[in-house]
Design a protein around this ligand. Sequence first.
Ligand code: HEC
Ligand code: HEC
Length: 634
Amino acid sequence: MKRNKRLNHYFCLSFTLFWMLGTTFPALGGSSNSLMDIHPYGKLLAVANPDCGTVTLIDLSTKKKLAEIPVGKKPEGVSFVGSNDTLVVTLFAEDTLVVVDTTQQKVIKRISCADEPYGVVSSASGDRVYTTHDYPGLVSAWDTRTWTNTSNFHVAPFVRGLAISPDEKSLFVTGFYNGRLHKIDLETAKIVDQWKGHSTDNLSRSVVLNPKRQKAYLPHIRSRIEVIDGSGSIFPQITVYSTDSETSGSRRTSIAMDTFNGVLVVTNPWEAAITPDGSGLFVVYSATDDMNACKVIDDDYKEIEGRGGPIPVGKNPRAVRVSPDGKTAWVYAAMDFSVNGFDIQSLRNVARIKTCETLPDERWVLGKYLFGSAKNPMSGPRWVSCFSCHPDGLTDGRVWHNPEGLRKTPAFFGMAHTHPLHWSADRDEVQDFEYTIRGRLMQGHGLINGPIPQKRGFEPTERNANLAGKSEDLDALAIYSNSFEVETLSPHALESGKLNEKAQRGKIHFENPAVGCVTCHQGPYYTDSTLAVPKLHDVGTGLDDKSERMGPKYDTPSLIGVYRTAPYLHHGKAPTLMDVLTTSNKGDRHGKTSNLKKAELEELVEFLKALPFELPPKQTPNSVKYRISKTQDK
Ligand code: HEC
Ligand code: HEC
C-alpha cells in the first residue's frame, strides 16, 4: 500500500529505455534481491532490518558491526550501487527508495517510487538499479546519476524476486503467488520469455542465477489447497529453470526439499545464494531455522546434491549471501536479529554479529517467531507454519478446501479492530488458533499446558473457550497477529481523504440507502460486525459451494485493502470486485446493484479499490486488548 501521495503516474510512463547498457561486468554481489548485500570487494556487508527500520553495516574483515542507520519502515531489499560506497534500500511500507552513503554512514537521498518496492539489484558499474514492486506488479529502472525513474516494465500482478543476468542484458523476475519466472530484455524493453511454475507453486520471493550455466534457482513453497493436513498441505521446493532459450522440452526441474533431506523436513524456503564459481548453492528455510549446503551438479536432471543434512543457522533465517571470495556463507537470522557466518568448506559457524540496537516489543518478537515456525510446539510434522499461508500478515492468495467449506485466506490489515475472526465468526480471539495448532493442519503440541475444551463437529466451541491470558506464548502470537495496523493508503487514492472523480461518484452509490452497502459495511473498517454483537448475513453466497457446512450466513468482511486481495468472498468464487457486485450477486441479496448502470458499477468498483483513502483510527470500541496499542489517533 502507499503513503499519502499522488496517484500512480508511473502507470503512464512509457516503456522506453533511455539508453542501452554498455559493456559487460562480472556478476558480483548485488545481482539478485535480498535483505543482505556484500560489497563486490568483499569488505562490507549491508543488512536491511525490516522490523527495526534500519540498515546495519558490518566490516567482514574484523567481523564487527560498524553502524546501524535508520532508514524507514519495512526495508525489504538492499543493494550496493555497483562497487561505489553507496547503498540503495527499498522501503516496502513507504514507497520510497533510500540511498545511503556507507562512508558517511547516513541517508543521503530519499526518492518516492511506485507502490510496494521490494527487491532491488544494481548493474555492476552502478549506473542503474532496478526494483520490483509487489502489488502493482512492476519493475522500475533508475538512473543512479540523477536518481530518476527511466522506465517501467509491467510484468504481472505481484512480483518480488529479481536478478540481473551476468551479461546485464536481461532481468529475471518472479511471481510471488505462482513461482513464474519472467525474462525482460533490457535492450528491447520487452518481456521475452516466461517459465510457468507448477499450479501449486507459491511464495516465490527470490531468484538467483548461476554465473556459469544458464540456470535460475527459485526457492518457494507449494500450497496444496485440497489437503488440510500437517504433512500434506505445504511443501518446500527449489525450482530450477533452464534459462537457455535453445533448451528443448521441459525447462523446469523442481526439487522437493523435504525428501531431499530424508527424514528432517525443512519449511518455507525463503532465499538461495550461489558461490561465485557456480559450484555451490545455499538455501535457507525460515520456518525450521536451518539451511542446506548443496553441490551444483552439471546436468539437467539432478541439478543439486546435498552436502549432509540441514544446518541450524538461527531463528527465522530470511537471507543468505556468499562472500565474493567464495569462502563464507552469511545468513541473516531475522528473529535473532543477527548475522551468522558459515565457513563454506567446513560448514562451521565462524561468526555471529548482532544487527539491531533497539528491538521491537519482546512479546511481538516472540509472537512473530512462533507465527513463522513449523517446529514444535507449533507443528509436529514440520511442514506447516502460520506464515506459510499468512506471509507477513498478507494473504497467500489461495482458497483452501477446509472441512467447513471453501475458505479464502484473508489478510490481517486492521484485524485488531475487526474481530470476531473467520468468515463464519466462529472464533473471537487469536488465542483460539490454539485449535489450529493442535488440529489436523499443524499437529503441534500447542502453546497452552493441558487440555482445551473439545471441539465437536462445526460447533463454534472456540467462542466460549476463553484461551487468552493462559499462555504467554499464545498471547504473544495474538499480539503479533493483531499488529498489522492499516498504515498506508490505497495506491488508488489520490491523497489522504481525497478520491479521484470516478471513485467520488462511487462513494455516493456506496452510501446511497437504495444500494445499501453501508447497512453492513459501515464505520472506519467498513464492517458492522463487533465482538459485542457478531452479526452474520446471508448475502446469497452460501449455496455456491456444495462442500459448505457453516453457511449461508457470514461475517461482514472489512473492505480495507480489497484492491490487492482477489479473489473475493469466503469461497473466492468472485475473481474481481465487479464480479462481487454482478455475477455473484444474483437477486440483489448483496446490496441492490441490479439497478446500477455499467458506468455506475465501475464507479463503485473504483471506490472500493481506493480503500483505505484515509487511515482508520487505531482505537475503536471494538479494538482487542492483545496488541501493541498505538492510540495516537482518534
Ligand atoms: C493452510 C493454510 C493456513 C495455515 C497454515 C494457517 N491459516 Fe490462518 N487462515 C487460513 C484460511 C484459509 C483462513 C480463513 C478461514 C475462515 O475464515 O474460516 C484463515 C484465517 C485466519 C485468521 C482470521 C482472519 C480474519 O480476519 O478473520 C487468523 C487470525 C488466522 N488465520 C491466524 C492463523 C494462525 C495464528 C495460524 C497458525 C497457528 C494460521 N492462521 C495458520 C489459512 C491458514
Ligand atoms: C446484508 C449485509 C451486506 C450488504 C448490504 C453488503 N454487504 Fe458486502 N459483504 C457482506 C458479507 C456478509 C460478505 C461476505 C460474504 C461471503 O463471503 O460470502 C460481504 C462481502 C463483500 C465483499 C468481498 C470482500 C472480500 O474480501 O472478499 C465486497 C467487495 C463487498 N461485500 C462489497 C459490498 C458492496 C459494494 C455492497 C453494496 C453494493 C455490499 N457489499 C453490501 C455483507 C453485506
